[in-house]
Structure formats: C-alpha cells, structure tokens
Write a protein that binds this ligand. Structure first.
Ligand code: GLU
Length: 485
C-alpha cells in the first residue's frame, strides 16, 4: 500500500490543526492536495491534527471544514465522512502513537527522558550563550540502569525521545525543490510522546501518514526541516516514506510572512468581505505559477487539467490583495448568473432583498450592477437604488441650477407618461423627446435624471436602471425629487 510507484493509486492528505481559522496559505496547501488527488484520480484525506489541546477548538474545526467546502475542496475520507483508515482526528489515535513509540523503546530506538521543562530551558540558554546550536544534549540517553531505576521509583514524569542514529545521511527528492540532503548529526534526539501522553507533531504525522497509506505529502516549505526527522522515523519503523512536495509559503508585498497586518488572511474573512471562492482558487493557483493570473478565467475542471505538482514555482508567492480584488471583479462579470446568484444569496438575505423583489427582478438588478462591482458587497449600493427612494434634494446645486433641473425633470416626467412601456427603447425615446423639448442635453441632462432617480452621481447605466424601476416608479421618483427641489 505505502509503496509509491506510478501504479499505486495516489493518496494525498490535508492535515490542518484546528487552532485558528483556515489561513489563506493553508487553503493553498489544501487546494494543491485537492488538485493533485483530482488530477491523479486518487484519494484526498482530511486529517485533523488536534493534539494541541489548549489551542484546538471545535469552533475552529467547524470553520475550517466550512471554509474548505466553500472553496470547493472535496475530501474522500475525513472526520465528518469516515473512511477505511480512520479515525481521522489525532486525539482519537493516541493509543496507537503510544503503543508504537513503546515498541521503539523496546528495540532501543527510543528512550524515556526525565528532564524537566525548566532544566531543558536552562541548558538551552547555556548552549546559546556558548554559541552552540540549541537542541537536546542527550542527557537521558546515557543514564545508567541504576539512575533510570531511581527516576522510575520516584515516579518522575517522562517523555519518550527518539534516539537519532549518528552519521546517517537522509536524502529525498522533493517534487518542487529537487534533491535535498541532511546529515542526521544536525538533528538531536527529539520527542515522540510528551509527558502528558500526547504525541509530538513529527511522530503523529509519520504514524498516521504510514497507517493511512499516504503516498504524497504536499505541504508548505516551512516543514522541510521536519522531513529528515520524519524520514528517520520511517527507517526506524521499517516502512517506505511517501513522496514529498514542499511548496513556498505566501508572503505579503513587503516580503514578510502574510499576516493580519497585510489585510484579510482567513478564508472566512475573504468570504464575509464578498470574495468569490472561484476567484480565490484561481488566484491561489496563479500564485503557484500554474496558470497566468491575468489570463483567461478557468473553470474548475480546466484548473485540474492545468495542474502539475512539479510545475509549482519555487519562488515565494507574493500575495497582492489588489490583484485578487481585480480577479474577483472579473469573476463577478463572467460567472453564469445562477452561480453568481447562489453566492450572493446570503448577502441578499441580510440586506432584506429576498422579500422585496422576486428572483427575476433580483437577477435583473444583479445584471445591471455586475459591471460596477468588484466585491459581492458592492451590490449593496446597487440594490439600495431599487429598495429606497433617494433623497435627491441635497444632490442639486444652487438656485439657478435648480430651475434648470426642475425643467428637465418635469419635461422628462411628461415624456415618460407618454411612453407606453419604459423599457430600454421606451426610455431612449422618452429621453430624446425630453432633450428636444427642454433644450438640454448631454451631461447636465443625464446627471439630473441620475440624481433624481438614484440620489448618486455614479452607478450603473440609466438604460439598465430605468427599465427595472419601471414607469410608475420612475415617475414617482421624479415627482418626489421635484417636491424636494
Ligand atoms: N498540522 C500541520 C500543519 O498544519 C500539518 C503539517 C503536515 O502537513 O505535515 O502545519
């Protein structure tokens, strides 16, 4: 099973820790795993790495799953859907980690370490003071049987540490970074099981990836330094390791790791701010160099087709919120109406639009506003045009102006009354007739109508707005504005 060659079906996994919201960088890792599984017609596993009991929470877990689903990431096995390699939550696998670590102790490949946190910290400081690299100094590796027996008799809490073999070369070929080699001497004996009985990250990952038959580990390159430790553990267990692909992390425009300082980082926040999942996915794949982000927008199946693990660029991925915003605007303009409507629905509910207009009218308003929107939240002002009669009075200038505006509005109202239906054509002829009669045209004429009908100076074309408002409402708004003038 765990012998990756081209004939073995691939098994990838995304393994978030539920200690925070889904960060856009982790979303990219999830996306690469998802695309890889889809491209190779393999399996995607979702595993929750919740061994940090203090920081993990059920609320973060729910949010992560929700964000992944929203992005269209589809796992085949996971805590919510089960599968043959479960359980998929690490806190439910503790017994296995302990038993397997004990088995390494039996074989002399791991040992009990009784050093306290305080003592370790003191020794670490001393190492640093001497200019030495910090790391476990091997004190409990060399305990005599008597010393060991003494610790046991006193019931001193212990961790289980891996006995890192000396002078072993650990090499692997990373699908993105190429050949990477470490010497085991640069690694000090590290913890497998903590004194509270919980497994360490490196141990749990190896036990799980191995037990779950993972063939490919795709993760951020901040984990490259963990890989040699994990490879040594595979050797100790006598199991074949998976293949690795470490992708570069996402940085802000200033070259620093993307954080809240740069703007939104949590997928849920992008969602609340009115981004479309399609835009985020397209942008994240573009950041990896898989598709040109200013090229044509791609459908999900086209992205899968274009995806190639070894094609992910080695360079840092610089996240530019402005570029994502621009891409979002492109998706708003180009997505099929049904898809756009689906993503707008939660916002529409919040704005009280659902009860005010039937779906046909809502879609007409969306169509009217999509050229002017970059975020889904930008549709709020567009819907407001139709929801509320504008307070037009304040939008008109000085006394002289007012007379001219009054003339334009009165004459246009008359032309509208004379028009049978105020559809696009009806509006154009009413406007032409009113321009002739009022002897006003161009900017002044149209700006006066716009202010009276929308209360704003900018917005969608009047040819789009007026047919949706309809004759009755247009005349009523014109009269309303005239009363205020
Ligand atoms: N829980 C780890 C993380 O979120 C997973 C790392 C891995 O993929 O091995 O960084």
């Amino acid at each position: 099973m765990n012998n990756p060659d081209n004939k073995t079906p691939t098994r990838a996994r995304f393994a978030p820790s539920p200690t925070g919201s889904l960060h856009i960088g982790n979303a990219r890792t999830a996306l690469f795993n998802d695309l890889f599984a889809k491209k190779t017609r393999g399996t995607l596993i979702l595993r929750l790495e919740d061994t940090d009991l203090e920081r993990s929470s059920a609320a973060f877990e729910r949010e992560i799953l929700e964000s992944l689903k929203w992005l269209g990431i589809a796992w085949n096995e996971g805590p919510d859907r089960g599968g043959p390699a479960g359980p998929y939550r690490q806190t439910e696998r503790e017994k296995t980690y302990r038993e397997m670590a004990e088995a390494l102790v039996e074989k002399g490949m791991a040992y009990r370490c009784y050093c306290t946190e305080e003592s370790l910290e003191e020794r670490r400081k001393a190492q640093l003071a001497k200019g030495l690299p910090p790391g476990y100094d091997g004190r409990c590796r060399h305990l005599s049987p008597e010393e060991r027996a003494d610790f046991e008799r006193r019931g001193v809490p212990f961790t289980l540490r891996f006995r890192v073999p000396a002078e072993e070369s650990v090499a692997f070929t990373d699908a993105i970074h190429g050949d990477i080699r470490f010497m085991s001497d640069s690694i000090t004996d590290f913890i497998l099981i903590r004194s509270n009985g919980m497994a360490s990250y490196n141990w749990a990952v190896v036990v799980d990836d191995s037990a779950m038959g993972v063939t490919h580990v795709i993760r951020g390159d901040d984990h490259i330094s963990n890989t040699p430790k994990q490879l040594l553990l595979y050797r100790a267990l006598g199991r074949t390791p998976p293949r690795y692909a470490h992708h570069p992390l996402i940085l802000g425009l200033d070259g620093k790791r993307l954080s809240k300082r740069h703007g939104a980082t949590a997928v849920s926040q992008f969602r609340r701010e009115g981004y479309l999942p399609q835009a985020i996915v397209f942008y994240l794949v573009g950041l990896g160099g898989i598709v040109p982000s200013d090229g044509p927008l791609l459908r999900p199946e086209e992205i899968v087709k274009a995806f190639d693990l070894s094609g992910i660029s080695k360079g840092a991925a610089i996240f530019d919120h402005k570029k994502l915003l621009w891409i979002n605007g492109r998706f708003i303009r180009e997505l099929p109406m049904a898809t756009l409507y689906h993503h707008l629905s939660p916002f529409l509910k919040n704005w009280g639009v659902m009860n005010a207009f039937d779906q046909e009218k809502q879609e007409a308003i969306i169509a009217c506003g999509r050229d002017n929107a970059q975020l889904l939240t930008d549709f709020k002002v567009i819907f407001d045009i139709f929801l509320t009669k504008p307070d037009a009075g304040s939008a008109f200038a000085g006394e002289g102006e007012k007379d001219i505006s009054r003339g334009i509005l009165e004459i246009f109202a008359e032309s509208c009354q004379e028009t049978e239906t105020l559809d696009e054509q009806g509006y154009i002829s009413a406007a032409k007739a009113a321009m002739k009669r009022s002897n006003q045209r161009g900017k002044r004429f149209f700006m006066t109508l716009r202010r009276a009908l929308t209360g704003m100076e900018h917005g969608p074309e009047l040819t789009n707005i007026i047919p949706i408002l309809g004759k009755e409402e247009v005349v009523s708004r014109l009269n309303h504005a005239l009363e205020q003038l």
